[in-house]
Design a binder for this molecule. Structure first.
Ligand code: SAH
Length: 255
C-alpha cells in the first residue's frame, strides 16, 4: 500500500509553537482530519487538499476514516491539539488499527511530537517541572474515578509535582474540587503552589497563581491545565508587583 498517515499536534495555541516538521507534513497532506476548531487554526486548505472536520467525541470514527483514506493510497494527516500522543489522536489511531482491517497494519503510520499543554503552562510561570513530575487526566469518561483518586494518592506519596489535564467541562463540574480535596486529605500542605493556566498561547490566555489552601476550582474550564507543586516547589517573589516565578529545584538532598 502506498498511502500514509501522519499524526501531528498543533501545540497549545501559539502558531510559533507548531514544529516545522508538522508544518511541512500539513502542507504536503492530501487529506487532513481533525476536530473542527483545530482545522480552523490551519487557515484555508491549499488547492487539492481536502479537510474533514468532526466532533470532539468522535475520535475512533475519525481514526478509522483516516486509516481508510490512507489505505486507498492517499497522503493523510490527522491533527490534535498539543502533542498528538498526550490524551489525543495517536492512541485512537492505534486502537482503531488493533480492532480494524488487518491490512491497516502495513500502512506507513507515523506520529510526530508537538508541544503539550503542560510544557507551555510550566514555561509561563517559571520552572515547576524541574524535578520529577507526573501527569493525570481528570476525565473519568475513559476510566473510573476511583482510579483517578488512587493515582492522586500515589502522586502525593511519591512527592511528585502533578499536572492535571481535562480538569473541567460543563458535563464535569465537580472533579477538580474533589481532586484538590483528595490532595489535601492525602497530605499535600495548604501552602503548596497551584497554577491554573487557561488557554495558554491564545489571545484569551489567563494564568492564576494560588495555593492549595485558597485555590478556587470554579476558575478552571475545559481549556485549563492545572499544576500542583511538590513539597519542594516554591515561589520566588519579584519587585514592582510582578508575579512570582514558580519553580522546583533540581535537587533533593538525602534526609
Ligand atoms: N493533546 C493535548 C491534550 C488534549 S486533552 C496536549 O498535548 O496538550 C485536553 C486538555 O489539555 C484540556 O482540557 C486542558 O487541560 C489541556 N489543554 C489543551 N490546550 C491547552 C491550552 N492552550 N492551555 C491550557 N490547557 C490546555
Amino acid at each position: 500500500m502506498s498511502g500514509s498517515l501522519a499524526v501531528v499536534g498543533l501545540g497549545p495555541g501559539d502558531p510559533d509553537w507548531i514544529t516545522p516538521e508538522t508544518t511541512a507534513i500539513l502542507a504536503a497532506a492530501e487529506e487532513v482530519l481533525g476536530y473542527g476548531p483545530y482545522l480552523a487554526r490551519l487557515g484555508p486548505p491549499r488547492e487539492g487538499q481536502r479537510r474533514h472536520a468532526s466532533d470532539n467525541r468522535e475520535e475512533i470514527a475519525r481514526a478509522r476514516h483516516a486509516l481508510d483514506l490512507a489505505a486507498t493510497g492517499r497522503r493523510v494527516a490527522v491533527v490534535s491539539g498539543g502533542d498528538p500522543g498526550v490524551f489525543a489522536m495517536a492512541s485512537a489511531v492505534f486502537e482503531a488499527m488493533e480492532d480494524g482491517d488487518p491490512a491497516w497494519r502495513a500502512l506507513d503510520v507515523t506520529v510526530h511530537p508537538g508541544v503539550t499543554a503542560v510544557l507551555a503552562a510550566a514555561a509561563r510561570v517559571g520552572a515547576p517541572l524541574g524535578h520529577d513530575f507526573c501527569v493525570v487526566s481528570l476525565s473519568e469518561n475513559l476510566k473510573p474515578w476511583d482510579l483517578v483518586l488512587r493515582r492522586l494518592d500515589a502522586a502525593v506519596a511519591g512527592d511528585f509535582v502533578l499536572a492535571l489535564y481535562n480538569v473541567a467541562s460543563r458535563a464535569r463540574p465537580w472533579q477538580l474540587g474533589a481532586a484538590f480535596d483528595r490532595l489535601r486529605q492525602s497530605g499535600r500542605t495548604g501552602g503548596t503552589p497551584v497554577v491554573l493556566a487557561a488557554a495558554v498561547g491564545r489571545a484569551d490566555e489567563r494564568i492564576v497563581r494560588a495555593t492549595l489552601a485558597d485555590v478556587d476550582p470554579a476558575m478552571a474550564d475545559m481549556r485549563t491545565l492545572v499544576l500542583v507543586g511538590s513539597s519542594r516547589t516554591r515561589c520566588l517573589a519579584r519587585p514592582d508587583g510582578r508575579p512570582p516565578f514558580v519553580y522546583t529545584p533540581r535537587r533533593v538532598d538525602p534526609e
